[in-house]
Design a protein around this ligand. Structure first.
Ligand SMILES: [Zn+2]
Length: 495
């Protein structure tokens, strides 16, 4: 071997060693990332666990170290969630790999994977942590891995790729929904979305499931070559978009959305879902397949929703009825009826007079049969007796527990019974009773109960209710037992 040959051999060895070490670092980081995310110190990455900050810090650092760029100057997209009575902050972690084509780089392929899991429980005073290695540390690690592979082949990537670790998936697809609702990037620029959710059990499931390929025009054909090159086996495909994970949020906005998973042969939502049970080789091959497919898609002149998907109005309608069916809504209410003074200790009663109420209402759907409805109304009511007529103006906050037939039906209709309480502040009044001013005789403050029946058609509610005062309102004769009794029919319009 002459000097020149020796030199070439040495250079080749260095290049090979370099390439090898690069590939093996990638493989190692896949496993390392799962081990960290699914370690006990991350406490199962529960949406509302305080330890979630660890996950957020870790992923932010990983995204930066991997070389993904921040979006609009930050890796973190925060959002607030107000369901389940207490407010909580959510954080999506977002990184960008910019495409190399001067025009196509303005369009995005989204690679998503939710990072939250179920947190932990106390069972018989033992802390049980749901580490969620397959669900979904596997998806997050594989997404980061895919991003690293794309960076290595960036010269071939024409469109830009957004890598998003979504928060709050287990709590109801909250992170992905917020991302599309807020239009963090112009939704018309997102050409396709992938969700990697539970990709760590390739061997056990003996294949992959690809759900929603049809939503992308020519998506199945374009997938054939990368799939062949990967040598991976696809076990199940399904035409419809997967609605149990983040693909739903994008599909509802008519964005083609493809769910990739190794399936449910997994310790799904069990405390045994730990990092030592995953198939890291399989995950690395899935990262190869997804990065290859991304590059193929990024090179297409145009990426569009398939006709079949674009004309599937189901998703859009579902999305619509979902908004009608949102957990919390606010509206206004108007009611009319009658009110009279009930004299508990007398043989006579007053006559009812016209009563009116109007104000703001809110509705919190707690379960499919149970709603908390609150309102704050202005009320105009009164009573007529042989001595004359009396009228009051009041402010009345009230709260009802509402027991409903299934209130989550798609068409948004249900019937209900309600029961609750109110406080009435009588702030002004008038009377034609001689020698009497209203508040010399009557209290400003009053408490009472209410009950009713009604039905709701999407955003309209009609209810009949009675309001029974429990505080005697006549202060000049505390034992007289004079109480307000009212009946109303009211319409509530929720936005
Ligand atoms: Zn999941």
């Amino acid at each position: 071997m002459n000097n020149r040959q020796t030199f070439i051999l040495l250079v080749s060895i260095f290049i090979c060693a370099g390439l090898f070490s690069q590939t093996s670092t990638i493989g190692n980081s896949l496993k390392k990332n799962v081990e960290i995310l699914a370690s006990d110190s991350f406490e199962g990455r529960g949406f509302k666990c305080s330890s979630k900050a660890l996950t957020i810090d870790f992923l932010t650092r990983e995204f930066a170290e991997a070389g993904f760029a921040p979006l609009h100057g930050s890796y973190q997209q925060k959002f607030m969630d107000f369901s389940y009575l207490a407010a909580a902050e959510g954080t999506n972690i977002i990184g960008v790999i910019e495409g190399t084509d001067s025009i196509l780089k303005n369009e995005y392929i989204v690679l998503g994977a939710h990072y939250d899991h179920l947190g932990w429980n106390m069972e018989d005073s033992v802390k049980v942590i749901f580490n969620g290695a397959d669900d979904n540390a596997s998806g997050v690690a594989t997404m980061i891995e895919t991003g690293k592979k794309l960076l290595l082949n960036r010269s071939q990537l024409k469109r830009s790729v957004l890598l998003i670790a979504f928060d709050g998936e287990e709590a109801g697809l909250k992170g992905s929904k917020d991302f599309v609702d807020k239009k963090v990037v112009d939704l018309s620029k997102i050409k396709v979305m992938f969700s990697l959710d539970m990709v760590g059990m390739y061997k056990k499931n003996d294949g992959l499931n690809i759900v929603g390929l049809y939503s992308l025009e020519n998506g199945t054909n374009l997938f054939a070559d990368p799939l062949n090159r990967s040598g991976l086996k696809v076990k199940k495909t399904k035409n419809s978009i997967e609605r149990r994970t983040d693909t739903k949020s994008f599909g509802d906005k008519q964005i083609p959305a493809i769910h990739i998973t190794t399936g449910l042969l997994s310790p799904y939502h069990k405390p045994e879902d730990d990092s030592d049970s995953l198939d890291y080789k399989g995950m690395s091959r899935i990262a190869d397949l997804v990065s290859d497919y991304c590059i193929v898609l990024s090179n297409e002149d145009s990426l569009m929703a398939s006709n079949a998907f674009a004309t599937t109005k189901d998703e859009a309608n579902d999305a619509k009825s979902k908004t009608n069916n949102s957990i919390f809504s606010i509206g206004y209410d108007l009611g009319a009826g009658s009110n009279y003074h009930f004299y508990k200790n007398e043989f006579f009663n007053a006559k009812p007079v016209f009563a009116f109420e109007g104000g703001l209402s809110s509705q919190l759907k707690i379960t499919k049969n149970f709603i908390l409805q609150t309102e704050i109304n202005y009320e105009y009511l009164g009573s007529e007796s042989v001595f004359g007529t009396m009228r009051t103006h009041s402010i009345v906050p009230a709260m009802d527990l509402v027991f409903t037939t299934n209130n989550k039906r798609k068409d948004g209709t249900f019937f209900f019974l309600s029961a609750g309480g109110f406080y009435r502040y009588n702030f002004a009044g008038s009377t034609d009773v001689k020698n009497m001013s209203v508040f010399s005789a009557y209290n400003h403050d009053e408490f009472g109960v209410k009950y009713g029946v009604g039905f709701q058609l999407k955003k309209f509610q009609i209810n009949f209710h009675s309001k029974l005062g429990l505080t005697p309102i006549d202060k000049s004769l505390p034992n007289s037992g004079v109480f307000n009794r009212g009946k109303y029919i009211s319409i509530v319009r929720f936005f």
